[in-house]
Design a protein around this ligand. Structure first.
Ligand code: ZN
Length: 407
């Protein structure tokens, strides 16, 4: 198994960027001491010996460094953390997408591209997708996010415009295509679905097969800290991405991925930065040479319920496979630190009425943690349909798990 996405001879000439990042991090109070005794990064082994950075570390560093772009404006975006005050990530205009476009061109001049990533509120994805579309020279429809009542009219408009490409997070794309399928709207010209921000969802492929049978998925992997790290094509599995040469991906012995920028323009000090994603470097069945990155999902999807680990993503995936369920969300209620209740909220496809009783029985039977933790009070595990999931006003995200503290 390979530990790095680049062989030593290709990485070595670019490690000067990592050395510069290390020098910047050594000036940050609160972080400097952890690098004491570590020599400058001359080799990949030397890099792997450095301590990894977590989200909070990067925010500590940015608060001190306050980096500024050399030739353009400096954009501030929301970075990480779904609660509390916004944490920041920085980027120059262009959002490093020229480096992405040099290796990955899902769009071309003939495309009519719908940018369905939400704009505003310091979210980054809409702007990086716009930068990519700009480099492709295609037509752009900057749609952003819409409310539930607006899907129908907008879908009619998009069908009339004969759109060929759309991009968004998979959970938002699911809402688009669930609505289109339920309303009988077809997008026969749609050939490309760009995605970023979450894992691909198989249910999305099922809706696409009906609504836009020609559409194929083109994925980006990244974060507001690292920006786009890797991309894939319809020929790659949905969980496998090819790292860009200016992004060094490292798979740790414990299965966590970390990222080091080799782009001298990068403003965020990304040096062995961990997004929390687990994964490995492996081959890709598409046949492209060089190690590809297979993402196994986030390590932080496991939450403690009465002393047992509950895999939130697994429960969500199970619920979302049920007929008529568009999206699911877990709500844990805690009192005095102890989990008292667990609610599985279901957003249904238009006109659908999922069998909640049956799904509840299935979830209890299939999930050891649920059946064991609630064996004396199974009535505190509930499954119900709702008209809206619980969103985070600040980030615009609808988290898979919401924890409610009761006093
Ligand atoms: Zn591939």
């Amino acid at each position: 198994m390979t530990a790095f996405s680049l062989p030593p001879e290709e990485a070595a000439p670019r490690l000067s960027v990592a050395r510069r990042t290390l020098a910047r991090l050594r000036t940050v109070p609160g972080l400097a001491e952890r690098y004491e005794g570590h020599p400058d990064v001359r080799t990949l082994d030397g890099l792997a010996a450095l301590p990894p950075l977590a989200k909070d570390d990067l925010n500590t560093a940015l608060a001190h460094l306050e980096p500024a772009a050399e030739h353009t404006a400096t954009w501030l975006f929301q970075s990480g953390g779904s609660t509390g005050a916004p944490k920041l990530g920085y980027a120059p205009t262009g959002f490093y997408m020229a480096g992405v476009h040099a290796h990955w061109q899902p769009l071309d001049r003939s495309d009519v591209f719908v940018n369905a990533w939400g704009a505003g509120r310091m979210w980054g994805a809409h702007f990086l997708a716009a930068a990519l579309a700009d480099l492709a020279g295609c037509r752009i429809i900057a749609l952003g996010s819409v409310t539930a009542a607006e899907y129908g009219p907008w879908l009619e408009f998009l069908a009339a415009r004969r759109v060929t490409a759309i991009g968004g997070t998979p959970s938002v794309l699911r809402l688009w295509f669930t609505h289109a399928r339920a309303a009988g709207i077809r997008l026969p010209d749609l050939r490309k679905v760009l995605w970023l921000g979450e894992a691909w969802q198989d249910q999305l492929a099922e809706d696409l097969a009906v609504v836009a049978p020609q559409a194929r998925r083109w994925g980006m992997f990244g974060s507001t800290e690292t920006w786009v790290v890797a991309t894939n094509t319809p020929d790659c599995p949905a969980d496998t991405f090819h790292p860009l040469p200016h992004q060094l991906v490292h798979a740790d012995a414990d299965g966590l991925l970390d990222f080091t920028t080799l782009d001298p323009e990068m403003l965020n000090p990304v040096l062995r930065y961990r997004t929390g994603d687990a994964g490995e470097l492996t081959g890709c069945p598409c046949g492209r040479r060089g190690p590809a990155m297979r993402v196994h999902g986030r390590r932080d999807s496991v939450v403690q319920v009465r002393g047992l680990g509950l895999d939130v993503d697994q429960v969500i995936a199970h619920a979302e496979r049920a007929p008529g369920v568009a999206r699911a969300q877990l709500v844990l209620t805690r009192r005095g630190g102890r989990v008292t209740e667990l609610d599985v909220l279901l957003l249904t496809a238009p006109g659908a009425a999922p069998d909640t009783g049956r799904l509840r029985r299935e979830l209890l039977a299939a999930t050891f943690t649920l059946s064991t933790a609630f064996q004396h009070d199974p009535g505190n595990v509930r499954v119900r349909t709702v008209s809206e999931l619980i969103g985070n006003e600040r980030t615009g995200k609808t988290a898979a798990l919401v924890v409610r503290e009761e006093t």
